[in-house]
Design a protein around this ligand. Structure first.
Ligand code: FES
Length: 151
């Protein structure tokens, strides 16, 4: 693919496939957005690198399967974010259930995720074009940097 064709499609080169596989988790800045690229069990994922909860760096968070969904565990307060969609999962009880059995619930999509593609051993990220506010947006850009410093 030609370079100008890639940028016309919003694709940003983020590294060689082999290097990103070896690194497992890689931090990149794309258009003023800080992104974490994750390689896990043969699949690449990309998401905002600052946790929506309080701006913690997700880098080096453990990856675990929870309720059938792969999640990164935020190192700061252990929130669980699905790699595929950025949903936050939590364990809770339904008080109407007697006796209550703890189950996993979703708080919905909280972390913005981005699209990763591969071409000839090179990896590209296309930033999410979802126009809706997603909570992890709060910690991005210049304003986000100030908020992260306060958190
Ligand atoms: Fe990630 Fe609090 S900052 S869980």
């Amino acid at each position: 693919m030609e370079e100008n064709e890639q940028s016309a499609r919003g694709l940003h080169f983020v590294g060689k496939k082999d290097e990103l596989i070896e690194a497992k988790q890689s931090f990149r800045s794309i258009e003023d957005r800080d992104i974490l690229i994750i390689y896990h069990q043969g699949v690449f994922y990309a998401m905002d690198s600052y946790c929506y909860h309080a701006g913690g760096m997700l880098n080096n968070g453990d990856i675990e399967e929870i309720n059938g969904k792969l999640c990164i565990i935020c190192p700061k307060h252990k929130y669980k974010l699905t790699l595929a969609k950025g949903e936050c999962l939590y364990k809770g009880n339904n008080p109407k259930e007697k006796p209550p059995v703890p189950r996993w619930y979703s708080k919905g999509v909280k972390q913005r995720t981005h699209t990763v593609t591969e071409n000839n051993g090179e990896i590209y990220v296309k930033l999410s074009d979802n126009p809706n506010w997603i909570e992890s947006d709060y910690y991005q850009g210049e304003k986000g940097k100030i908020e992260r410093a306060k958190a």
